[in-house]
Design a protein around this ligand. Structure first.
Ligand code: DLZ
Length: 219
């Protein structure tokens, strides 16, 4: 029997014309990398092309609200000035660039030259529209001080504030975890019972596509 938790059945949305931003923290990298893969898998499934996905990272979750706001504003500036070419910084890199460090793979490309070629073609076909939705991903793990409580609270309120003030859907991809094991389970890596957990990144990718489409429809 299916569980009662989760977003329920939704119709499928066509993400092929959406531009999606992803900003992720680097703390707890194993968990983050897997969440990111789940997110990208859902975006691809909905038809969002790599060239319309921009990924950036920040050190920790506390930086997420500022980064989302800056990324969104930069994409608006870029859209307004697209006739004179893309601006750098927060909106400069599509999927290929972000993956350039820890997270792998330009879809099975073998050589450095092939990867470079793929990066260049992603850049040249990249959308310069403002983001239709931004996904903020982080994993906070409780320690022995009050640090976790303060950061969880600040980031949750910060992300809500940003989306309401800027009018762009911000998907809440922040895991607030009591221990590392909870994070591994929610990132689809492995549960305490040895079973693979559900990767919550997939839900976040789908939520971004749904909200991005609805934002366009409701505008
Ligand atoms: C400092 C810190 C700690 C202790 N734990 C985490 C964590 O579990 N997850 C996370 O995303 N970030 C953590 N950070 C870093 C803070 O979010 C932030 O990057 C620094 O305090 C600098 O502002």
């Amino acid at each position: 029997m299916a569980g009662i938790k989760g977003p329920g059945e939704a119709r499928s949305y066509d993400g092929s014309s959406l531009r999606i931003g992803i900003i992720h923290a680097r703390w707890n990298t194993q968990i983050i990398d897997s969440l990111l893969k789940g997110t990208l898998s859902a975006l691809h499934k909905a038809g969002v092309p790599d060239s319309n996905i921009t990924i950036q990272s920040v050190p920790g979750s506390y930086e997420l609200p500022y980064a989302v706001a800056t990324m969104h504003k930069a994409s608006q500036t870029q859209a307004a000035s697209s006739a004179v070419g893309p601006v750098g910084g927060f909106v400069g890199s599509a999927v290929g660039d972000l993956l350039g460090g820890s997270t792998s793979d330009l879809k099975g490309m073998d050589t450095a030259a092939e990867k470079q070629q793929e990066r260049e073609s992603l850049k040249s076909s990249a959308s310069t529209a403002p983001f239709d939705a931004i996904i903020a991903i982080g994993a906070l793990i409780k320690g022995s001080t009050m640090h976790f409580e303060y950061i969880s609270d600040a980031v949750s309120h910060g992300l809500m504030k940003v989306q309401m003030e800027l009018g762009v859907p911000v998907i809440f991809g922040l895991l607030t975890l009591l221990n590392e094991q909870q994070g591994l389970e929610r990132a689809g890596i492995g549960g305490s019972d040895g079973k693979q957990g559900h990767n919550h990144g997939e839900d976040w990718g789908s939520a971004a596509v749904e909200l991005g489409c609805k934002r366009k429809a409701w505008a």
